[in-house]
Ligand binder design. Sequence first.
Ligand SMILES: Nc1nc2c(ncn2[C@@H]2O[C@H](COP(=O)(O)O[C@H]3[C@@H](O)[C@H](n4cnc5c(=O)[nH]c(N)nc54)O[C@@H]3COP(=O)(O)O)[C@@H](O)[C@H]2O)c(=O)[nH]1
Length: 918
Amino acid sequence: MGINSIDNKAVFSFKWYESLKFKIAALFLVLFFIIALSVMLILNTFAEKMIQDEAYLRLNNASSEVISELERHTILSSTLVDTMANLAEQLPYDSESYYALFPQVINYKGTEAFIAGGGIWPAPYEFNEEVERHSFFWARDKSGKLNFYNNYNEKMGMGYHHEEWYVPATHLLEGGVYWSKSYTDPYSLEPMVTVSAPITKAKKNIGVATIDLRLDGLQQLLTKVTKSFGGYAFAIDRNGTFLSYPEIEQVISTVKNRDGSELKSFVNYQDFSQQYPTFMPLSQLLDEQRQSLLSKLETNTRFGKKLSATIALNSYQISEEEANLIVASLFHSRSNANDETKRVNVQLKDDLLLHEPVFVSIRVMPDTYWKIITVMPYSQSVGAITATYKQLIFYTFIALLFTVFIIWLVIRHIVSSPISHLAQQVQYQVDDDHSPMKLFDTSAKGELKTLVEIFNQRTAQLLHSQKKVEKLAHFDALTGLPNRRMLINRINNKLAGYDRENCFGALLFIDIDNFKRINDSLGHDVGDQLLLRVAERFTQTVRKEDTVARLGGDEFVVLITKNYTFSKQLNYESTVVAQKLVEAMQAPISLNNQLHHMTISIGISVFPQQRNCSDELLRQADTAMYRVKAKGKNGYCFFNTEMQERAFRRVEIEQSLRVALDTNQLFLVYQPQVDNQGNCLGAEALVRWTHPDKGVLSPIEFISIAEECGLIIELGTWVIDAACAQFKTWSDNGNHLKKISVNVSPKQFRDINFVNIVRDAIKKHQINPKRLILEITEGIVIKDISDTIDKMTVLKSLGVRLSIDDFGTGYSSLRYLKELPLDQLKIDQSFVRDIINQPKDAMIVTTIISIANNLELNVIAEGVENKEQVTMLIDKGCMQFQGYYFSKPKTAADFTQYLEEQAIDNVHQFGIKPSTNS
Ligand SMILES: Nc1nc2c(ncn2[C@@H]2O[C@H](COP(=O)(O)O[C@H]3[C@@H](O)[C@H](n4cnc5c(=O)[nH]c(N)nc54)O[C@@H]3COP(=O)(O)O)[C@@H](O)[C@H]2O)c(=O)[nH]1
């Protein structure tokens, strides 16, 4: 996040990805994906399991269907063979009755399709002590008719007592049956098995009854039940010989019969797997199952081993391993149908016929120990379940998405929205500078509520500070009056409202006369007290709707606004207010138990004017106030354009005077001062300014400005230095003047360095200090008498002489005159001018000359313009003169020439030498 500034407004901005909303949304998106992935993983696992379970269920159902169909035949066959064994046990040994009875049993109605034959097989010499082989065997021919066959009784043949279907049955208990290994029907090539039951008499085996079962349509049955899932099934017998296979040709081999004839028979799965390696995994499973069966069954018991050894020994058709299997299956036959030796479900990567991953189920039929192997393609299983799975995934995703969305909404409502709301409120306050600072609403809860409360606490503190700052910013700390800023605001408001409200106004710019004197002499605390009293008087004098403001120092402004029809009314009212303010100051003010008479000067500017601007109005009022000061203070006056022009001129002069000082535009002229013989005694140095545009300017045009702006210090220093330099030049050139006078302005005199400046000039130019006369005005003396006396005394100690210039025009005090270390009085030219015509002026001149004589001061008259004036002045006792009658001020070069001429022309009549050059 960053803070940018546009139009001084802070804009709190941040990247979109930094926002709380985005982060929460992103978090939930990530959360969503994690949950979704987890769900998918879980669902996948479940789906896998479901697919497997579904596949095995279907496979087992198919196997069960096959097994139950087969068992319908095998159970019936078992029952028939058991019946035959029982009959044989009960019936007397009578061939005729055998021939009559047993075919009927074998030909039991409804079994014709699968019972291929059967018979009674007496043990050797058991039915007839003389006959070893006397079997009764019937088999169906191609037409299905039962025929008696005597093959097994032939003397040359192998007989039947060592047949694989005979030997094991002789070891069974009564009621037990033995299922032989499979063989092929010579006609139909259908697989066949024989079920044998022992014939027992007095607990002794006397023979075996058999039923031949043709597994007709086994493959069709297997095909039918596996058709629905696109797989297939096949069966193998106990020994691992195929009973069926979809590709029947692959599992049939041709073997030579004992009589040389060819016999087709099914191959063993182990041989088959050698031929077809893809079958190997299945073959290994069958091996494992076979081994498991063998290991589980109690073949290692003595009885079992002995029995299997006996069986293997007695039958040339049974190997030892087969004998073990036979014994094992006999023991195990109907126990624990869920035993893993009887039920195996696996998944194989590849299948010989389907060429894809498959689910395989191996089920063992009880009694016969045939194995039904069903195979289902994996794709088929997945396909069956995919739709459901997809739906499940879809709804889960929707539910998840919805849940995440709801949680996101809740969190947004609880966390991010309140924070955003809070941030908006803060932003609004930051953006809108003009709206007042507000407290935030506290509808939030928990930690956010605390946060808002802390914010509000902080805001309250800020509001408090803001009020303080506002007060400081808009009110004067000392008087509590509106300050300059507030005054300007109010003036601007009034100016803005003029057009609408016909509003007129006046600014009364007030300055306390001689405030500085009080402040400097009595200290700032007393100065502050004075300001407070004055402020009180002003506020008590004006109306409440008027504004009294303090600009700083001793400057106050009263703002009067009214809705007048004519501006003259305002002029009148302003005059009244100004008058009242001046009068309000008439009562003395008590400061430090002393009464002080204070006066004020007021400058008034009125508006509207052409240049409607608060600064301009203040400047105008200020200018008018200065005018009052210049005219003697304690009064008021309205601003006018002449003042304005004066003010502009003043500024212009001030600016160019600075340049003048730096670029030697100033020069001195010298006006001779003569005695009553017309001899030049000395000169008054008078400054001139060669203005680049205006030509040579009189000091009247710039000395007072230099005084006001302080440039007089620099200017006066330059004058003293230049005058001393010139005096030295004249002296060095043999033009010995008795004195050189230099004018000193009040500010210059009061400058703390003034004495040093004078001392430095004297020292620098090596002049006799007694030749230097500093002319100071009466104003300087009056302003700060004790300080003036001190400074004059120091100057006197340097040897410098002092003259009062324009004597008689100021507040001359004879008492002060007595105390001052003076050398000369200079009679002001205003008295000299009318000395002939105005008896009063003549009287003043007489008085001044008298005072000077009495105080033993030199006296010189200035502004002497004619002979009559000279004569009268001499009559009155003044022997030194300066004026146009003798000479106007001259440039240094002209004055030098003047001095040289004077030296040559030293013959005078009556001593008075008027000016020869006008
Ligand atoms: N602080 C300083 N003040 C100075 C300096 N130089 C001059 N001044 C003061 O300026 C005022 C005007 O001076 P200026 O224009 O030079 O006028 C002087 C004379 O020219 C004039 N004068 C002299 N004789 C006559 C006359 O017969 N008739 C007549 N109308 N005018 C005459 O009087 C001025 C001298 O007056 P003063 O100084 O009082 O002797 C003036 O007040 C100067 O003081 C300066 O460097 N510093």
